[in-house]
Design a protein around this ligand. Structure first.
Ligand code: NAD
Length: 421
């Protein structure tokens, strides 16, 4: 997977520009604006690791804690060669907004290690992950900062971090220090599909507002990975027809419809969606411009730009990926009356079920999958409705409306708590 650092766009500058625009729109006090423009804490650590060939390699890792006015910091840990401190800071700020919009009692955090996990052995990865967990152990904790998976990390890494933290902080099991764990050690049912399920709920609500009949809707999905597959499957369950999809190896189209379960099997068997039965190939540009009702970018950053935004025919763009639309493209889509459901709203299902996992761990109880999904539906439906109403009230796009909802909530909490001393 690529990363914003590749595009030459500094993600922290983008995050600050978004904050500036919305602060102006709501007339935010200059001091509070300044407060929110800086993460509360950014930790940089060196991570010495014994490699399999006997040498020692030193990796650099970060943990950015943006704001905790609403609750402990929350956000993933990414392993990628292009991780930068600015990327981690930006992602931590976006997590502050995402948690506030989803109405869950967390602030925003994010972590990362500059490394290439695809070129490391499992042993090297485990030693690096555990040493990183040790390095951040004083600033994370069940009531301080609760990490989660992100790009190229998953249940395995979360289990190593939970174990390391539990051993060094009292030597008793503390599953509530991290989410996205395997089910056997306290992970939540429904977590795998949560991002796609949350996205499908926002699409369902948007379709109601725009009077779109989901049974007649057609869908294009860019990126048939975790978020993309479940998003596609769950909008298909609402009656929509998936007509085109892509992954890093190619793009396919079949206007008669593509069954997502069968496409997933094909991908599991062959490693890609390419050469799927009865489909034709097309380019990435053609994929994004395919005539459809709903476009779901679920792969990379900066895919919808000022160069192609005017050619997008979808009525709804639902962002499963983080940052797929550039600010210039946002303006074009808004003028063209395309409803963009922004990442901080559309993919908030993942962090919402992470919150449910944390609650279950703290109470040492397990919820059924139905309970998780029902509570997710209530949270995301309410979040969508708050953002949609704000977008109508301020006559602004859904991204700015999401930010207005988030900023108001965070700023209220800061004001009510007061500034110590
Ligand atoms: P993933 O690795 O499971 O899937 C990414 C997919 O994109 C893969 O199928 C890959 O082949 C495809 N891809 C890569 N390059 C491509 C290209 N050039 N063209 C088309 N497809 C390409 O990752 P994921 O977890 O599904 O994450 C995807 C996006 O969703 C990321 O932006 C991530 O930050 C965001 N997201 C994911 C979650 C989650 O819970 N998984 C939560 C919030 C946000």
């Amino acid at each position: 997977m690529s990363n914003p650092a590749n595009s030459g766009i500094n993600p922290f500058e983008v995050a600050l520009t978004q904050l500036d625009e919305v602060s102006t729109l709501i007339g935010l006090d200059k001091g509070l604006h300044e407060f929110l423009a800086h993460p509360k804490r950014v930790l940089t650590i060196s991570i010495p690791v014994k490699m399999d060939n006997g040498t020692i390699k030193v990796f650099t890792g970060f943990r950015s804690q943006h704001n905790d006015a609403l609750g402990p910091f929350k956000g993933g840990i990414r392993f990628h060669p292009q991780v930068t401190i600015d990327e981690v800071k930006a992602l931590s700020m976006w997590m502050t907004w995402k948690c506030a919009i989803a109405n869950i009692p967390f602030g925003g955090g994010k972590g990362g290690i500059i490394c290439d996990p695809k070129r490391m052995s499992v042993g090297e990865l485990e030693r690096m992950t555990r040493r990183y967990a040790y390095g951040i152990s004083d600033i994370i904790g069940p009531y301080k900062d609760i990490p989660a998976p992100d790009v190229y990390t998953g249940g395995r890494e979360m289990a190593w971090i939970m174990d390391t933290f539990s051993v060094i902080k009292g030597n008793y099991i503390q599953p509530e220090v991290i989410t996205g764990k395997p089910i056997q050690i306290g992970g939540s049912l429904g977590r795998n599909e949560a991002t796609g399920r949350g996205l499908s709920i926002t699409v369902r609500e948007a379709a109601k507002k725009l009077n779109i009949d989901m049974k007649k809707a057609t869908v294009v999905v860019q990126g048939f990975g975790n978020a993309g597959q479940f998003s596609a499957q769950l909008v298909e369950e609402q009656g929509a027809k998936i007509i085109a999809a892509s992954d890093s190896k190619g793009c396919i189209i079949n206007k008669n419809g593509i069954n997502t379960a069968s496409l997933r099997k094909h991908k599991e068997k062959t490693g890609s969606i390419s050469n799927y039965e009865s489909s034709q190939t097309l380019s990435n540009d053609e994929l994004l411009q395919t005539e459809c009702t709903i476009l779901i970018p679920a792969a990379l950053e900066n895919q919808i730009t000022k160069g192609n935004a005017g050619k997008i025919s979808a009525k709804i763009v639902a962002e499963a990926a983080n940052g797929p639309t550039t600010p210039e493209a946002d303006k074009i889509l808004f003028e063209n009356k395309v409803l963009v459901i922004p990442d901080i709203l559309a993919n908030g299902g993942g962090v919402t079920v992470s919150y449910f996992e944390w609650l279950q761990n703290l109470r040492r109880e397990y919820w059924t999958e139905k309970e998780v999904n029902d509570r997710l539906d209530t949270n995301i439906t309410n979040a969508f409705s708050r953002v949609y109403d704000t977008h109508i009230k301020h006559n602004t796009d859904m991204r700015k409306a999401s930010m207005i909802v988030a900023l108001n909530k965070v700023v209220d909490a800061i004001k009510i708590r007061g500034l110590w001393p």
